[in-house]
Design a protein around this ligand. Structure first.
Ligand SMILES: *Cc1c(COP(=O)(O)O)cnc(C)c1O
Length: 441
């Protein structure tokens, strides 16, 4: 379709480039594959932007959506309630020990906004309104609304909107491959934790909460923190009496090998943010889940309530999809299988991808993978930006029937948990095919 007649403006997309490149028009999807209007199949290597869990067109989830659609399509949660939301609340809490209440929204960014407002109002309701700053590691990503961008990393996502944003307090993130202190050491030097410790030591009385993406900083380039990092941050928050918000929008629902990334270290955050995979990746829904301690600070007089609510929050059809997704988790050993698949993927990456001359670092946690491309493996110098290597690899992979999307020069793989063994091989071979098409420097 010619660009002047094309009606859409796509998210995070340079439209001039969109109209220059071959377009992929998805017509339907089955299992782990997207099928375009020409009938070509592509493995959904990024789970439709990190959301899909059990594959597409899953008959159990589709039937649950259909049944709920025939019964009640929408009714508000402002002051009244409905059964699918109550049941989903119970199902979520059964997997979130130590948590007591679920607040629904419609997307990840909104659920982050809720978490930030909850944290600040928690301290205000408890008579400490001066605790109103948010602490966040460098390179964070929490969504694209103004509050979520405020706590996001510096750079093009944020800088242009600067005048609209509030300033968080920042500490070092756990980016070993490019850390000034431990990049070349045999083990992590914990500089990042020391920087959070120093920040809390100096300013905890003005801090409401620390917000993290537990274990994996997704949009930063799948940066995997070392084992023990979440627990150490939890301990620091306890020591200085600061709330911990865990944004599990990307890491939740099995993507890391555990149901939630915080489970990897037995950590209970004060506020947990869920989105993306919550409905199995079928419909928009998100949740901000909290503990009795936080909930109780809002309980009582009218003025203590949380001033927030979205029209379609906790929509019953979305809840039905999420309940059906939990049925599958509980009946089909999904996590066990996902861990087996991630071990196979680690082997394939080591055998096929790791030795390629422009592959600098491969980071993996469960089925979340980042392959960082470099111009020089010794110095770790990046490739010249104008090559757009990440983009070239992903466009080329389509020739081999694989759909993936890069984050700059980091190739991201994040297949559905239902991915098959032969599909993982096909994904890795497509990556190698793409890597071989990047012009040498
Ligand atoms: C994707 C993402 C969000 C934003 O979710 P949306 O549904 O796109 O608003 C927030 N936090 C993290 C960690 C994410 O990966």
């Amino acid at each position: 379709m010619s660009s002047d007649r094309y009606p859409l403006w796509h998210p995070f997309t340079q439209m001039a480039r969109f109209h220059r490149e071959p377009q992929l028009v998805v017509a339907r999807a089955e299992g782990n594959r997207l099928i375009d209007t020409e009938g070509r199949e592509y493995i959904d290597g990024v789970a439709s932007l990190w959301a899909n869990v059990h594959g597409h067109s899953n008959s159990h989830i589709v039937a649950a959506i259909q049944a709920q659609t025939a019964k009640l399509q929408h009714s508000t949660l402002l002051g009244i309630t409905h059964e699918p939301a109550i049941e989903l609340g119970r199902r979520l809490l059964a997997h979130l020990p130590g948590r007591s209440h679920v607040f629904f929204s419609e997307n990840g960014a909104s659920a982050v906004e809720v978490a930030l407002k909850m944290a600040v109002q928690y301290w205000s309701n408890r008579g400490q309104p001066e605790r109103n700053r948010i602490a966040v590691p460098e390179m964070a990503y929490h969504g694209d609304t103004i509050g979520a961008v405020s706590v996001g990393g510096e750079g093009p996502f944020r800088d242009v909107y600067g005048p609209l944003l509030f300033e968080p307090l920042r500490f070092n993130n756990a980016y070993r491959y490019r850390c000034d202190n431990c990049a070349t050491e045999t083990s992590c030097t914990d500089t990042c934790l020391q920087s959070l410790g120093a920040l809390l030591e100096a300013r905890s009385k003005e801090i409401a909460a620390v917000i993290i993406e537990p274990r994996v900083q997704g949009a930063a380039g799948m940066i995997v923190a070392p084992e023990g990092h979440i627990a150490a941050i939890r301990a620091l928050c306890d020591k200085f009496d600061v709330l911990l918000i865990a944004d599990e929008v990307a890491t939740g629902f099995g993507k890391t090998g555990a149901m939630f990334a915080c489970d990897l270290e037995g950590v209970i955050p004060d506020i947990t943010v869920l989105g993306k995979g919550i409905t199995g990746g079928y419909l928009p829904l998100s949740a901000t889940v909290t503990t009795e301690k936080v909930y109780q600070a809002f309980h009582g007089e009218e003025g203590l309530k949380l001033f927030h609510g979205h029209t379609y929050a906790g929509n019953p059809i979305c809840c039905a999809a999420a309940i059906a997704s939990f049925d599958i988790f509980e009946s089909e050993q999904v996590l066990v299988r996902a861990r087996e698949r991630s071990e196979l993927l680690a082997t394939l990456l080591a055998d096929l991808v790791a030795d390629h001359p422009i592959v600098g670092d491969i980071r993996q946690q469960g089925l979340m993978i980042g392959i960082e491309l470099v111009g020089d493996r010794e110095t770790r110098a990046p490739l010249p930006a104008e090559i757009e290597a990440g983009w070239q690899v992903c466009i080329a992979a389509r020739d081999r029937g694989v759909f993936i999307r890069p984050l700059g020069d980091v190739i991201v793989l994040m297949p559905p948990l239902s991915i098959e063994e032969d599909e993982l091989t096909q994904i890795c071979e497509a990556v190698v095919y793409g890597l071989n098409r990047v012009p040498s420097v």
